[in-house]
Design a protein around this ligand. Structure first.
Ligand SMILES: CC(C)(COP(=O)(O)OP(=O)(O)OC[C@H]1O[C@@H](n2cnc3c(N)ncnc32)[C@H](O)[C@@H]1OP(=O)(O)O)[C@@H](O)C(=O)NCCC(=O)NCCS
Length: 140
């Protein structure tokens, strides 16, 4: 991901999240040297991910697939690749947070070998107030 991609990334981000990241969040991640990837299909960005490395762990801060490309295997393909890349550079663990209500993402992570390692109570805003974040981890 380049800074010039952030406009297109934000178009996707706004359509798929009720509480989207801001352009500033993506720019801060790029400036901080986090690993920010885009997935391109026929010249169009259809997915993106932001990862932060801490020693031999990688924290998946954002993984997203554009609405029209969801539920056809793109997310699984993308994550398989991110995991393979992390293994190549000998990272040992991947950690992420996910809303308790996000069943599609929870199913995907579970099927990729992630398991619950903790809960952040009332971490995310939602329509009813707040909801928990499930912290998941996978050994790479
Ligand atoms: C979560 C997300 C990244 C998954 O990517 P995707 O391309 O839609 O998922 P895939 O088509 O690769 O499906 C992978 C698995 O996810 C689960 N899944 C995907 N969509 C689902 C849905 N609508 N309902 C239930 N499970 C679903 C299934 O377990 C599926 O496994 P299968 O291939 O055996 O059926 C994508 O839907 C997305 O961007 N969602 C909005 C943003 C988001 O929630 N990001 C994650 C934040 S933690």
């Amino acid at each position: 991901m380049l800074k010039s991609d952030v406009v297109s990334v934000m178009e996707i981000e706004r359509t798929i999240y009720e509480y989207p990241w801001t352009a500033g969040n993506f720019n801060d991640c790029l400036e901080s040297g986090y690993q920010c990837d885009i997935l391109i299909f026929t010249n169009e960005i259809i997915g993106y991910a932001v990862q932060m490395k801490i020693l031999d762990e990688v924290h998946l801060l954002n993984v997203s697939v554009a609405k029209n490309f969801q539920n056809i295997g793109v997310g699984r393909f993308f994550l398989d690749n991110l995991i393979a890349e992390s293994k190549k550079i000998e990272l040992k663990k991947m950690v992420l947070e996910v809303r308790r209500s996000n069943s599609p993402a929870l199913c995907l992570y579970d099927s990729l070998g992630f398991s619950e390692i903790g809960i952040r109570k009332n971490y995310y805003p939602n329509r009813n107030g707040r909801e928990d974040a499930i912290i998941m981890g996978a050994t790479l």
